[in-house]
Design a protein around this ligand. Structure first.
Ligand code: C2E
Ligand code: MG
Ligand code: MG
Ligand code: MG
Length: 286
């Protein structure tokens, strides 16, 4: 917060004040630069949707893919979603961008369906999208208007959706769920109040956050949490998928826990649609 930083800086003398204002100006400029660039990105076709496989145990067949946004900037190269999604959220640009991602993902799912390749399509939703108009109507209009089927689409939310507006999130998600969409709770276990909302929302699936998977074989606390999440999901009749699976050891550990599905670099990185199509058809890579 600029005012607070300025106050702090004043309290700490003139040199610090100048240092802080310079620092803040630089940050503000970077933000403005990225905001303007992001506005152009959508119009100029710099955005692309990549897809990452989700596999089911025991046979590791690909049952779904997650749509993950990529930004190829002409000068900066590939900008990571971790950097531009927050800017898109602060500026509201995530609303048109999120719509675009959903359209792209549906169109791709339909192309695969025409080839006889059936995969569930998971799309990430930002809490900001829940605060703009009738999100359930918008999503349903897009999906059914394109000829896709809500039952084959999964909507991923994070805890911030609930924190930003518990009531509107619940109403919107309940409608979407009634219309046939699956709802997945992303990054589960990293938030503040994970357990209090879990039975208030119409959830179908929990995604165990990759931070627990990363050291699941070496850190007893991580493996205890992963194991507890799987047990909780089973007793609440929720599906469970582990994120960030990178090694055969992690795979075997999650197999022992009887986790149902897995996602991670071990089974495939997020890739352009063509590469995922080859994986789905079982073509040799290349
Ligand atoms: P997320 O939804 O939790 O997506 C999973 C992230 O984990 C992706 O990062 C994916 O590339 C990464 N990942 C998958 N497997 C592995 C693995 O084995 N190891 C490691 N280290 N990482 C793995 P990505 O693509 O950089 O996206 C980051 C976040 O940006 C996403 O986290 C999601 O919160 C957000 N995001 C991406 N696309 C969209 C979008 O279309 N809309 C919205 N609202 N958010 C998006
Ligand atoms: Mg996700
Ligand atoms: Mg996640
Ligand atoms: Mg995440």
């Amino acid at each position: 917060n600029a005012d607070a930083a300025m106050y702090y800086a004043k309290e700490n003398g003139r040199d610090n004040y100048q240092f802080f204002t310079r620092e803040i100006n630089q940050q503000v400029n970077e933000r403005l630069l990225m905001e303007n660039a992001l506005r152009q990105a959508l119009a100029q076709g710099q955005l692309e949707v990549y897809y990452q496989p989700q596999v089911a145990l025991p046979g590791l067949a690909i049952v779904g893919v997650e749509a993950l946004l990529r930004w190829h900037h002409p000068e900066w190269g590939m900008v990571s979603p971790g950097r531009f999604i927050p800017v898109a959220e602060e500026t509201g640009l995530i609303v048109p961008i999120g719509e675009w991602v959903l359209r792209e993902a549906c169109a791709q799912q339909l192309r695969w369906r025409d080839e006889g390749l059936a995969v569930r399509m998971a799309v990430n939703l930002s809490s900001v999208q829940f605060q703009h108009g009738d999100l359930a109507g918008l999503i349903t209009g897009i999906v059914t208007g394109m000829g896709a089927v809500p039952e084959n689409i999964e909507l991923e939310i994070t805890e911030s959706v609930v924190l930003d507006c518990a009531d509107c999130a619940r109403d919107t998600l309940t409608r979407l769920h009634e219309l046939g969409f699956s709802i997945a709770m992303d990054d589960f276990g990293t938030g503040y109040s994970s357990l209090s909302y879990i039975n208030q929302l119409p959830l179908d699936r929990i995604k165990i956050d990759q931070s627990f998977v990363r050291d699941i074989t070496s850190n007893p606390q991580s493996s205890a949490i992963a194991s507890a999440v799987v047990a909780m999901a089973r007793s609440l009749d929720l599906q469970v998928i582990a994120e960030g699976v990178e090694t055969a050891e992690q795979l075997e550990y999650l197999r022992l826990l009887e986790c149902e599905e897995l996602q991670g670099y071990l089974f495939g990185r997020p890739q352009p649609a063509d590469a995922i199509g080859r994986l789905l058809r079982g073509d040799p890579p290349g």
